[in-house]
Design a protein around this ligand. Structure first.
Ligand SMILES: NC(=O)c1ccc[n+]([C@@H]2O[C@H](COP(=O)([O-])OP(=O)(O)OC[C@H]3O[C@@H](n4cnc5c(N)ncnc54)[C@H](OP(=O)(O)O)[C@@H]3O)[C@@H](O)[C@H]2O)c1
Length: 276
Protein backbone atom coordinates (compact mmCIF):
# COMPACT_ATOMS: atom_id res chain seq x y z
CA UNK A 1 0.00 0.00 0.00
CA UNK A 2 1.70 3.17 -1.20
CA UNK A 3 -0.92 5.89 -0.76
CA UNK A 4 -2.77 6.38 2.52
CA UNK A 5 -4.69 9.48 1.37
CA UNK A 6 -8.45 8.89 1.82
CA UNK A 7 -7.92 5.53 3.53
CA UNK A 8 -9.65 4.48 6.77
CA UNK A 9 -7.15 3.38 9.41
CA UNK A 10 -7.96 1.62 12.71
CA UNK A 11 -5.25 1.52 15.38
CA UNK A 12 -5.69 -0.39 18.63
CA UNK A 13 -3.46 1.03 21.32
CA UNK A 14 -3.50 4.32 19.42
CA UNK A 15 -3.70 6.57 22.48
CA UNK A 16 0.03 6.64 23.29
CA UNK A 17 3.45 5.27 22.35
CA UNK A 18 3.93 3.74 18.93
CA UNK A 19 0.20 3.55 18.20
CA UNK A 20 -0.21 7.29 18.68
CA UNK A 21 2.91 8.05 16.61
CA UNK A 22 1.48 5.90 13.80
CA UNK A 23 -1.96 7.57 14.09
CA UNK A 24 -0.42 11.02 13.66
CA UNK A 25 1.59 9.86 10.66
CA UNK A 26 -1.46 8.33 8.92
CA UNK A 27 -3.43 11.54 9.61
CA UNK A 28 -0.60 13.59 8.09
CA UNK A 29 -0.83 11.40 4.99
CA UNK A 30 -4.54 12.19 4.54
CA UNK A 31 -6.14 9.14 6.17
CA UNK A 32 -9.18 9.02 8.45
CA UNK A 33 -8.12 7.48 11.73
CA UNK A 34 -9.91 5.68 14.58
CA UNK A 35 -7.99 4.82 17.75
CA UNK A 36 -8.97 2.28 20.38
CA UNK A 37 -7.81 1.87 24.00
CA UNK A 38 -9.23 1.58 27.54
CA UNK A 39 -8.63 5.00 29.14
CA UNK A 40 -11.07 7.60 27.78
CA UNK A 41 -9.14 10.63 29.01
CA UNK A 42 -5.88 9.53 27.36
CA UNK A 43 -7.80 8.76 24.16
CA UNK A 44 -9.30 12.26 24.20
CA UNK A 45 -5.87 13.88 24.54
CA UNK A 46 -4.53 11.65 21.75
CA UNK A 47 -7.37 12.60 19.42
CA UNK A 48 -6.45 16.27 19.72
CA UNK A 49 -2.87 15.47 18.68
CA UNK A 50 -4.05 13.28 15.79
CA UNK A 51 -6.58 15.87 14.57
CA UNK A 52 -3.83 18.50 14.56
CA UNK A 53 -2.14 16.51 11.76
CA UNK A 54 -5.25 16.77 9.52
CA UNK A 55 -4.58 17.55 5.85
CA UNK A 56 -8.08 18.20 4.51
CA UNK A 57 -11.81 18.48 5.24
CA UNK A 58 -12.69 14.91 4.20
CA UNK A 59 -10.75 13.27 7.03
CA UNK A 60 -12.54 11.88 10.09
CA UNK A 61 -10.99 11.20 13.48
CA UNK A 62 -12.60 9.19 16.29
CA UNK A 63 -11.72 7.30 19.40
CA UNK A 64 -13.41 4.30 20.99
CA UNK A 65 -13.06 2.92 24.50
CA UNK A 66 -12.38 -0.78 24.11
CA UNK A 67 -10.47 -3.59 25.81
CA UNK A 68 -9.00 -5.81 23.06
CA UNK A 69 -8.82 -8.80 25.39
CA UNK A 70 -12.64 -9.01 25.64
CA UNK A 71 -14.14 -10.49 22.50
CA UNK A 72 -17.77 -9.40 23.09
CA UNK A 73 -16.64 -5.85 23.75
CA UNK A 74 -14.46 -5.86 20.61
CA UNK A 75 -17.39 -7.06 18.49
CA UNK A 76 -19.78 -4.42 19.74
CA UNK A 77 -17.29 -1.51 19.67
CA UNK A 78 -16.01 -2.45 16.20
CA UNK A 79 -19.60 -2.47 14.97
CA UNK A 80 -19.99 1.11 16.23
CA UNK A 81 -16.69 2.13 14.64
CA UNK A 82 -17.65 0.71 11.26
CA UNK A 83 -20.98 2.58 11.42
CA UNK A 84 -19.20 5.82 12.32
CA UNK A 85 -16.11 5.85 10.10
CA UNK A 86 -16.47 2.90 7.69
CA UNK A 87 -14.78 -0.46 7.16
CA UNK A 88 -11.02 -0.03 7.60
CA UNK A 89 -8.55 -0.25 4.73
CA UNK A 90 -5.80 -0.56 7.33
CA UNK A 91 -5.86 -2.28 10.72
CA UNK A 92 -2.88 -1.83 13.04
CA UNK A 93 -3.03 -4.12 16.08
CA UNK A 94 -0.63 -2.21 18.30
CA UNK A 95 -1.86 -3.14 21.80
CA UNK A 96 0.62 -4.99 23.94
CA UNK A 97 2.38 -4.87 27.25
CA UNK A 98 5.29 -6.61 28.95
CA UNK A 99 5.83 -7.22 32.67
CA UNK A 100 9.23 -8.92 32.77
CA UNK A 101 10.26 -11.13 35.66
CA UNK A 102 11.75 -14.50 36.55
CA UNK A 103 9.60 -17.43 35.39
CA UNK A 104 9.19 -18.51 39.02
CA UNK A 105 7.58 -15.13 39.82
CA UNK A 106 5.20 -14.94 36.87
CA UNK A 107 1.79 -16.11 38.05
CA UNK A 108 -0.74 -18.02 35.99
CA UNK A 109 -2.94 -14.90 36.23
CA UNK A 110 -0.20 -12.76 34.62
CA UNK A 111 0.42 -15.35 31.90
CA UNK A 112 -3.31 -15.50 31.17
CA UNK A 113 -3.58 -11.70 31.02
CA UNK A 114 -0.53 -11.36 28.76
CA UNK A 115 -1.86 -13.90 26.28
CA UNK A 116 -5.32 -12.29 26.34
CA UNK A 117 -3.96 -8.81 25.67
CA UNK A 118 -0.98 -9.50 23.40
CA UNK A 119 -2.29 -12.45 21.37
CA UNK A 120 -6.08 -12.71 21.68
CA UNK A 121 -6.19 -8.93 21.19
CA UNK A 122 -5.10 -9.25 17.54
CA UNK A 123 -7.24 -12.36 17.03
CA UNK A 124 -10.34 -10.57 18.34
CA UNK A 125 -10.11 -7.50 16.10
CA UNK A 126 -9.16 -9.57 13.04
CA UNK A 127 -12.00 -12.02 13.56
CA UNK A 128 -14.54 -9.20 13.50
CA UNK A 129 -12.99 -7.05 10.77
CA UNK A 130 -11.52 -9.52 8.27
CA UNK A 131 -14.93 -10.65 6.93
CA UNK A 132 -15.77 -6.98 6.24
CA UNK A 133 -12.33 -6.10 4.83
CA UNK A 134 -12.42 -8.98 2.33
CA UNK A 135 -14.84 -7.03 0.10
CA UNK A 136 -12.35 -4.25 -0.67
CA UNK A 137 -8.93 -5.60 0.38
CA UNK A 138 -6.57 -3.79 2.69
CA UNK A 139 -3.64 -4.10 5.04
CA UNK A 140 -3.26 -5.61 8.52
CA UNK A 141 -0.16 -5.03 10.67
CA UNK A 142 0.09 -7.02 13.90
CA UNK A 143 2.68 -5.64 16.29
CA UNK A 144 4.96 -8.32 17.70
CA UNK A 145 8.46 -7.57 19.01
CA UNK A 146 12.02 -8.83 18.80
CA UNK A 147 10.69 -10.99 21.66
CA UNK A 148 8.56 -12.58 18.92
CA UNK A 149 11.57 -14.31 17.37
CA UNK A 150 14.07 -14.55 20.24
CA UNK A 151 13.27 -16.12 23.60
CA UNK A 152 14.62 -13.43 25.92
CA UNK A 153 15.48 -13.96 29.61
CA UNK A 154 12.67 -12.57 31.80
CA UNK A 155 9.95 -12.62 29.13
CA UNK A 156 8.49 -16.14 29.29
CA UNK A 157 4.86 -15.00 29.11
CA UNK A 158 5.48 -12.09 26.72
CA UNK A 159 7.59 -14.22 24.33
CA UNK A 160 4.88 -16.89 24.30
CA UNK A 161 2.38 -14.23 23.21
CA UNK A 162 4.63 -12.40 20.74
CA UNK A 163 5.90 -15.63 19.08
CA UNK A 164 2.19 -16.46 18.80
CA UNK A 165 1.49 -13.15 17.07
CA UNK A 166 4.07 -13.99 14.37
CA UNK A 167 2.66 -17.51 13.83
CA UNK A 168 -0.90 -16.18 13.67
CA UNK A 169 0.11 -13.43 11.25
CA UNK A 170 2.09 -15.76 8.98
CA UNK A 171 -0.87 -18.13 8.62
CA UNK A 172 -3.29 -15.22 8.17
CA UNK A 173 -1.03 -13.69 5.49
CA UNK A 174 -1.25 -16.87 3.49
CA UNK A 175 -5.07 -17.02 3.74
CA UNK A 176 -5.69 -13.31 3.09
CA UNK A 177 -3.63 -12.97 -0.08
CA UNK A 178 -6.53 -14.13 -2.29
CA UNK A 179 -8.70 -11.27 -0.92
CA UNK A 180 -6.13 -8.56 -1.57
CA UNK A 181 -5.39 -8.15 2.13
CA UNK A 182 -1.68 -7.87 2.95
CA UNK A 183 -0.57 -8.98 6.42
CA UNK A 184 2.70 -7.92 8.05
CA UNK A 185 4.19 -8.10 11.52
CA UNK A 186 6.11 -5.24 13.05
CA UNK A 187 8.96 -6.29 15.36
CA UNK A 188 10.20 -3.18 17.15
CA UNK A 189 13.28 -3.13 19.38
CA UNK A 190 13.21 -1.33 22.77
CA UNK A 191 11.34 1.91 22.13
CA UNK A 192 10.98 4.98 24.34
CA UNK A 193 7.24 4.86 25.18
CA UNK A 194 5.09 5.00 28.35
CA UNK A 195 4.82 1.21 28.08
CA UNK A 196 8.60 0.85 28.05
CA UNK A 197 8.89 2.97 31.22
CA UNK A 198 6.50 0.53 32.98
CA UNK A 199 8.36 -2.48 31.56
CA UNK A 200 11.69 -1.26 32.92
CA UNK A 201 10.36 -1.26 36.49
CA UNK A 202 10.39 -5.07 36.83
CA UNK A 203 13.30 -6.18 34.61
CA UNK A 204 15.61 -8.71 36.29
CA UNK A 205 19.32 -7.69 36.08
CA UNK A 206 19.97 -10.45 33.52
CA UNK A 207 17.29 -8.94 31.25
CA UNK A 208 18.86 -5.50 31.65
CA UNK A 209 22.24 -6.95 30.62
CA UNK A 210 20.85 -8.70 27.54
CA UNK A 211 18.96 -5.62 26.34
CA UNK A 212 21.84 -3.22 27.08
CA UNK A 213 23.54 -4.21 23.82
CA UNK A 214 20.73 -2.86 21.62
CA UNK A 215 19.84 0.76 20.98
CA UNK A 216 16.52 2.40 21.95
CA UNK A 217 14.30 3.86 19.22
CA UNK A 218 11.81 6.70 19.35
CA UNK A 219 8.16 5.80 18.62
CA UNK A 220 8.01 8.25 15.70
CA UNK A 221 10.94 6.46 14.02
CA UNK A 222 9.27 3.07 14.53
CA UNK A 223 6.00 4.39 13.05
CA UNK A 224 7.85 5.85 10.05
CA UNK A 225 9.62 2.51 9.48
CA UNK A 226 6.28 0.71 9.68
CA UNK A 227 4.72 2.89 6.99
CA UNK A 228 7.81 2.46 4.81
CA UNK A 229 7.53 -1.31 5.33
CA UNK A 230 3.86 -1.19 4.37
CA UNK A 231 4.76 0.61 1.14
CA UNK A 232 7.03 -2.35 0.30
CA UNK A 233 4.48 -4.93 1.52
CA UNK A 234 6.97 -7.41 3.02
CA UNK A 235 5.88 -9.70 5.84
CA UNK A 236 8.50 -8.89 8.50
CA UNK A 237 8.91 -5.21 9.29
CA UNK A 238 11.96 -4.71 11.49
CA UNK A 239 12.53 -0.99 12.03
CA UNK A 240 16.27 -0.82 12.78
CA UNK A 241 19.58 -2.22 11.56
CA UNK A 242 20.40 -3.94 14.89
CA UNK A 243 17.07 -5.76 14.79
CA UNK A 244 17.52 -6.85 11.16
CA UNK A 245 21.01 -8.16 11.97
CA UNK A 246 19.68 -10.09 14.99
CA UNK A 247 16.83 -11.56 12.89
CA UNK A 248 19.32 -12.82 10.28
CA UNK A 249 21.73 -14.18 12.92
CA UNK A 250 18.89 -15.94 14.75
CA UNK A 251 17.81 -17.66 11.53
CA UNK A 252 21.29 -18.60 10.31
CA UNK A 253 23.24 -19.11 13.54
CA UNK A 254 20.78 -19.61 16.44
CA UNK A 255 23.50 -21.27 18.53
CA UNK A 256 25.68 -18.17 18.24
CA UNK A 257 22.87 -15.88 19.45
CA UNK A 258 22.30 -18.24 22.41
CA UNK A 259 26.04 -18.32 23.13
CA UNK A 260 26.31 -14.51 23.26
CA UNK A 261 23.21 -14.03 25.46
CA UNK A 262 24.15 -16.95 27.73
CA UNK A 263 27.54 -15.37 28.38
CA UNK A 264 25.94 -11.95 29.14
CA UNK A 265 23.59 -13.66 31.62
CA UNK A 266 26.38 -15.71 33.18
CA UNK A 267 28.40 -12.52 33.74
CA UNK A 268 25.55 -10.90 35.69
CA UNK A 269 24.89 -14.06 37.74
CA UNK A 270 28.59 -14.45 38.58
CA UNK A 271 28.77 -10.83 39.77
CA UNK A 272 25.70 -11.35 41.96
CA UNK A 273 27.21 -14.55 43.44
CA UNK A 274 30.51 -12.88 44.30
CA UNK A 275 28.70 -9.90 45.88
CA UNK A 276 27.00 -12.27 48.41
N1 LIG B 1 8.10 -0.08 23.77
C1 LIG B 1 8.87 -1.10 23.47
O1 LIG B 1 10.06 -1.14 23.86
C2 LIG B 1 8.35 -2.24 22.62
C3 LIG B 1 9.28 -3.11 22.03
C4 LIG B 1 8.81 -4.14 21.23
C5 LIG B 1 7.46 -4.29 21.00
N2 LIG B 1 6.57 -3.44 21.59
C6 LIG B 1 5.15 -3.63 21.30
O2 LIG B 1 4.71 -2.48 20.59
C7 LIG B 1 3.34 -2.22 20.89
C8 LIG B 1 3.20 -0.79 21.36
O3 LIG B 1 4.00 -0.63 22.50
P1 LIG B 1 4.14 0.76 23.26
O4 LIG B 1 5.40 0.68 24.06
O5 LIG B 1 3.92 1.88 22.30
O6 LIG B 1 2.90 0.65 24.28
P2 LIG B 1 2.35 1.66 25.36
O7 LIG B 1 3.09 2.94 25.41
O8 LIG B 1 2.19 0.91 26.64
O9 LIG B 1 0.87 1.92 24.79
C9 LIG B 1 -0.03 0.84 24.78
C10 LIG B 1 -1.35 1.26 24.17
O10 LIG B 1 -2.25 0.14 24.21
C11 LIG B 1 -3.41 0.45 24.98
N3 LIG B 1 -3.82 -0.77 25.66
C12 LIG B 1 -3.13 -1.51 26.58
N4 LIG B 1 -3.84 -2.57 26.95
C13 LIG B 1 -5.00 -2.52 26.26
C14 LIG B 1 -6.14 -3.35 26.19
N5 LIG B 1 -6.24 -4.47 26.93
N6 LIG B 1 -7.14 -3.02 25.34
C15 LIG B 1 -7.07 -1.89 24.59
N7 LIG B 1 -6.02 -1.06 24.60
C16 LIG B 1 -5.00 -1.37 25.44
C17 LIG B 1 -2.95 1.59 25.91
O11 LIG B 1 -4.02 2.40 26.37
P3 LIG B 1 -4.86 2.01 27.68
O12 LIG B 1 -3.88 1.61 28.73
O13 LIG B 1 -5.63 3.24 27.99
O14 LIG B 1 -5.76 0.87 27.28
C18 LIG B 1 -2.04 2.36 24.95
O15 LIG B 1 -2.82 3.12 24.04
C19 LIG B 1 2.94 -3.29 21.91
O16 LIG B 1 2.36 -4.37 21.22
C20 LIG B 1 4.26 -3.72 22.52
O17 LIG B 1 4.19 -5.03 23.04
C21 LIG B 1 6.98 -2.42 22.41
Amino acid sequence: MKDFNGKVVYITGGSQGMGLAAAKLFAAKGASVAVFARRKEVLGQALEKISACCQGPGQKFSFFVMDVSKQDEVNSVMQQAVAAIGVPDVLINCVGRARPGYFRDISYAQFDETIKIDLYGSWNTCSFLVPLMKAKGGYIVNVSSMCGFIGVFGYTDYCAAKFGVIGFSEALRSEMKQYGITVSVLCPPDTDTPGFVEENKTKPPETVAVSASSSIMQPEAVAAAMLKGMEKGGFMIIPNADGKFTWIMKRLFPWLVDMVTDSQIKGVQKKAQSAK
